[in-house]
Design a protein around this ligand. Structure first.
Ligand code: BGC
Length: 442
């Protein structure tokens, strides 16, 4: 029974406080609009410790769960002692501190069996057949954590498994670019099964927004790769109990260097003959992402899907950036003198020399694009330039060795990698400094 005599010691609240977090409501069309985005304190501290780094240390970057132990915090140089729940707790604090604006939290799901079958720098901890471990020990715990009531008001963007499905189109079978490892992953179906499982489990959490990786224009922009990749992604979105409605959108250029736009080159029947464009239908990420979005809708995804583009390292500014189109007669010379992307070849992906920070994270920058994002944290290596023993599932890929003369996947060009790089994910100060020096916008 209520006390009859004792008066309340404080005035009762005029409205009852919520006993559980208020419902986050249905998903919004574009989670980035009107929202702030989580700043990873670990990356931010690394950036702020660099000379000049405080200029960008407040930018949001992706939180990578690059192996099972990262879910719990494994004291690696990249993740420090913060596991997923620690980051989400911190995200709730950042959300509470920013007024009424919602907060987007960006997490990268990256631990497929036989991961990154066409490269060695991040080929992961799970063997090609370890799909059960992926489901039980990796995806299920993540889904449980992000599904907790206390995180219900966050907009959780899940970037799903970069460098996986497109490999099953481009790096298999009789193609010169094939690898035995990608043939295995095509045959055993575990990329398709795993991606389907990830999006179905995470998609069951009402405030998770799944964005599946969709390569980049210099990988699947060619006719032979474009449609088949969209169709394969659609297969994955129907595997393991998933449905295309579990997918909110797609991301291109994750951890890559492809230019957002090439302002001094028009893609036409002449420039397509250059060895730089090499008959690709696209020469920049923005037009590719917009076109691939439409092809994905054709493959069965909802017409509401939106695209993200990772612009963390595709700025290509600095003193060597062209300032206008070349007028050279020879098409190769003209394209080479006009292009802002100064890689040797678009298949180069490791610690690219000359690269700069790209567009700062921006919501709804263009039609069909939900946001420009920094998923790859600038300053974290893509791979070591020589073999470095480690217990993180990181191999040595010669695409990270500046003396390497290439393979069919970069058309036998020099790798263009910076020297003296640590293993993937570890802090690479020289790269961070170069990315700032060559930033575009500056
Ligand atoms: C590495 C991860 C790292 C991520 C972000 C990947 O290439 O394999 O360990 O967390 O990059 O830097």
């Amino acid at each position: 029974a209520p006390p009859t005599t004792a008066p309340p010691t404080t005035a009762p609240p005029t409205t009852a406080p919520p006993t559980t977090p208020p419902p986050g409501g249905p998903r919004v069309d574009n989670p980035y609009v009107g929202a702030d985005v989580y700043v990873n304190p670990i990356w931010s501290a690394n950036a702020a410790a660099e000379p000049g780094g405080s200029r960008i240390a407040d930018e949001p970057t992706g939180v990578w769960l690059d192996r099972t132990s990262a879910i719990y915090g494994n004291n690696s140089p990249t993740t420090g002692d913060m596991g997923l729940a620690d980051h989400l707790d911190e995200a709730v604090a950042q959300d509470a501190a920013n007024g009424s604006r919602p907060l987007v939290f960006q997490v990268v799901i990256y631990n497929l069996p036989g991961r990154d079958c066409a490269a060695l720098a991040s080929n992961g901890e799970l063997g090609p057949d370890e799909i059960d471990a992926y489901r039980d020990d990796y995806i299920d715990p993540i889904a449980e954590i992000v599904g907790r009531a206390e995180y219900r008001n966050l907009r959780i963007v899940a970037v799903i498994e970069i460098d996986s499905l497109p490999n099953l189109v481009t790096n298999v079978g009789s193609r010169a670019t094939a690898t035995p490892e990608c043939d295995v992953m095509l045959a055993n179906g575990n990329y398709v099964t795993g991606v389907g499982y990830a999006i179905s489990q995470l998609g069951a959490v009402p405030n998770v927004y799944n964005y599946i990786d969709a390569g980049h224009h210099g990988w699947i922009g060619w006719e032979d790769n474009f449609g088949p990749t969209a169709d394969l992604i659609a297969d994955a979105a129907n595997a393991s109990g998933a449905s295309p409605s579990d997918v909110h959108g797609f991301i291109t250029n994750t951890a890559n260097y492809s230019a957002l736009e090439e302002p001094y080159i028009t893609v036409d029947s002449n420039t397509r003959q250059s060895s730089w464009i090499d008959w690709n239908n696209y020469n920049d990420e923005l037009s590719f992402a917009q076109a691939f979005r439409q092809r994905l809708v054709q493959a069965g995804f909802p017409s509401s899907i939106g695209m993200l583009i990772d612009t963390s390292r595709n700025g290509w500014g600095g003193p060597d950036r062209p300032t206008g189109p070349s007028s050279a007669g020879d098409v190769d010379t003209r394209v080479d003198e006009s292009r802002i992307d100064r890689r040797f070849q678009k298949g180069n992906w490791c610690n690219q020399s000359g690269a700069g920070l790209g567009e700062r994270p921006t919501a709804a920058p263009a039609s069909g694009i939900d946001a420009y994002v920094w998923i790859k944290p600038p300053g974290e290596s893509d791979g070591s330039s020589s073999e470095i023993p480690n217990d993180e599932g990181k191999g040595f890929d010669r695409m990270c060795d500046p003396t390497y003369t290439g393979n069919p996947r970069n058309n036998n060009n020099m790798s263009g990698a910076l020297p003296d790089a640590p293993v993937s994910g570890h802090w690479f100060s020289a790269q961070f400094q170069e990315l700032m020096a060559n930033a575009y916008p500056p």
